[in-house]
Structure formats: structure tokens, C-alpha cells
Design a binder for this molecule. Structure first.
Ligand code: SF4
Ligand code: MG
Length: 334
């Protein structure tokens, strides 16, 4: 399998200004040392509660916000070493779809013009072929060529997301980052858009990095899943392993909140108390210790590293006590 995206020790610390001189008095550690790999043709999801750093990770990869440190290798190229012009060119291979496509669609352009502009900027389709390609794209995303001369406001939310997808496809990308791309849509429309994304993935050999707070949505589209908490990865696994055999207490708590796909294998329910702590001064040791029902004194001191758990199928979790919790040696205290 070919690596298409390799993120290494990515950090995004946003300065907080304050005092009479507007000095930097602290940092929001939105992403704090995140590493993962995405292989060609797969869908990797990043899940977690709002504020866990999942969108920030996506934006840092795209350099919509310059990351504080780390490495982002895309198709063998070190993205962070590119200058602005080179990066703009690279964006042809690396597209993004946001939650609200309306915000990124020019209201004064027709759908045809929007797609034509995308092709012209990135030089993907020669002028004389553009009309034909626009027709094709609109058919592909299920809108139909007759919609070409209509404006974004004339479409429903689901249709606008299809326009956003068509625009991403217009530049023939390798990887698409979907940031809460279906979160604003009704459940039935969500399913349609997810099915469309799956169909397109096969047709165009696309790779997706799918960012969502919704494990129910992620379940339908992912090959592998990354769970983030307070700027760090707490668990990575293939979908089946994560849903049937979650190892990190935080992942277990997230899964406790949604109906099981394997009701015969009842999981112990872990209900979280309290809010996510501030990423300005995240808890020492394991960042989850303030909410973890298994936390010990060691958890308040020692940062758990992401390590292989379960078997050698790539399932990793960052918790000192994965084995003891699985074996029932440790019981939840709250
Ligand atoms: Fe809970 Fe400790 Fe494991 Fe962190 S390391 S998840 S606090 S048991
Ligand atoms: Mg977000």
C-alpha cells in the first residue's frame, strides 16, 4: 500500500495575546504532537468532541493555518517546505470540503461558472473541453447538466454539498479532506452524500480524510478511525476493531453513547462526567485523567504513548492500563 499522507508530530499552538503590550501570554495547544499515515484509496476518519483539534489538524495539513511544527508529507513531498505559489499549485491534488459549502460558493456565480473557474485556476481541463467536463461532473454528483446556469441560493443544503464535491473533483485531486462535510444535513441526505462520496472514491481512486464529531456517520464511511482528545490521538484502529473492541476509555465512552452494531457483545458502559478541560493548560500526564473513571496517580504524571494493543493489526491506544482494564483487573471508580 502506498502512503499518500504522512503527518509527523504535528503541533498547532495558537498564541493568546494579552497585557498592555499585547504580548503572547500563553498558547492554545489545539494540536499537540499528532502523527498518522493515510494510504492511497482509503478513508481515514478523525473523530472527537468539538475542540479536540480534529479540524485544526485538517487546516494545518492544508496550511490554511500554518502549523507551529511537525512534518506533513503528501505524495512524497514535504508540504511545509513549499512556498505559497507552490502550495497553491499542490492544492490541485489536495482538496477540502467544509460543512457549509454555501460560505465558499460565490453567490454571484452560476454552478457552471464555479466549476469552470476551478478548472481554469488549476489548469486541469483545456478551455474547449470545459463545457463537456462540467456536464459530466454535474451528472456524476447527481445534479444533472440542466442545473448549470442556476445560482447556489437556488439549491438545497444537500445539493450545495454536491456542488462543493463537484468543484473539488473539477481539479482532479488525489486526497479530499472532508471537514464535517455532512454534519449540517438531515440524516437521509447525509446517507445520500456519503453514498456519493463512496461511489466517487471507487471511480476516481480518491483518498479521504474524513473529519467528524459523529461516530454514527464515521461508521458508514471509514476504513480506519483516529480518535482525538484535547489535541492528541488516543486511539487508532480499523473500523471493525474500533467498534467491536475499543481499548481506550475515552473511545469506550464515545461508543457507549451510540447504539451498538453488535448488541450480542455488550460493552460496559462508560459515562463521562465533566467537560473537556481547556487546551490552554491541558491536564498533566494523561490528558484524559480528569474525566477517566480508571485514572490513577500515575496517570496524573506520566504521558501515555500511543502503542500497539490487542493484536498486530495496527490497533493502537494511548493508555497505561489498556490490558488491566480489558482483563477486568481495574474497575471504573465513578
Ligand atoms: Fe485513564 Fe490513565 Fe488510561 Fe489515561 S492513562 S485513559 S487516565 S487509565
Ligand atoms: Mg471542527
Amino acid at each position: 500500500q502506498k502512503e499518500i499522507l504522512k503527518v509527523t508530530d504535528l503541533k498547532q499552538h495558537f498564541p493568546i495575546k494579552g497585557g498592555i503590550f499585547g504580548r503572547t501570554i500563553n498558547h492554545v495547544k489545539a494540536v499537540d504532537g499528532v502523527s498518522f499515515t493515510v494510504y492511497e484509496g482509503e478513508t481515514v476518519s478523525i473523530v472527537g468532541e468539538s475542540g479536540c483539534g480534529k479540524s485544526t489538524t485538517g487546516r494545518a495539513i492544508l496550511r490554511l493555518d500554518e502549523p507551529t511544527s511537525g512534518e506533513v508529507e503528501f505524495d512524497g513531498i514535504d508540504l511545509l517546505s513549499l512556498n505559497k505559489k507552490e502550495m497553491r499549485k499542490k492544492r490541485k491534488d489536495l482538496q477540502v470540503i467544509f460543512q457549509d459549502p454555501y460560505a465558499s460558493l460565490n453567490p454571484r456565480q452560476t454552478v457552471g461558472e464555479i466549476l469552470q473557474e476551478a478548472m481554469s485556476i488549476q489548469n486541469t481541463v483545456p478551455k474547449e473541453k470545459q463545457h463537456e467536463r462540467i456536464v459530466e461532473l454535474l451528472e456524476t454528483v447527481g445534479l444533472g447538466a440542466h442545473q448549470m446556469d442556476r445560482y447556489p441560493h437556488e439549491f438545497s443544503g444537500g445539493q450545495r454539498q454536491r456542488i462543493g464535491i463537484a468543484r473539488a473533483l473539477a481539479v482532479e485531486p488525489q486526497l479530499i479532506i472532508c471537514d464535517e462535510a455532512v454534519s449540517a444535513l438531515d440524516v437521509s441526505i447525509q446517507a445520500q452524500v456519503i453514498n456519493l462520496l463512496k461511489k466517487l472514491q471507487k471511480e476516481y481512486k480518491l483518498t479521504y480524510l474524513f473529519i467528524s464529531h459523529d461516530l454514527g456517520v464515521v461508521r458508514h464511511i471509514s476504513d480506519r478511525i483516529i480518535v482525538m482528545y484535547l489535541g492528541k490521538i488516543v486511539e487508532i484502529a480499523d473500523k471493525k476493531s474500533l467498534f467491536t473492541n475499543p481499548q481506550h476509555p475515552y473511545t469506550k465512552s464515545l461508543l457507549s453513547a451510540i447504539p451498538s452494531i453488535h448488541p450480542e457483545k455488550r460493552r460496559e458502559r462508560i459515562i463521562l462526567t465533566g467537560d473537556v478541560p481547556s487546551p490552554i493548560d491541558p491536564p498533566q500526564g494523561c490528558r484524559f485523567h480528569t474525566r477517566c473513571p480508571f485514572a490513577t496517580e500515575r496517570c496524573t504524571r506520566e504521558v501515555p504513548e500511543l502503542r500497539n494493543v490487542v493484536t498486530d493489526n495496527g490497533h493502537q491506544a494511548a493508555c497505561h492500563y489498556v490490558e488491566d482494564i480489558e482483563a477486568g483487573i481495574m474497575q471504573p471508580v465513578r
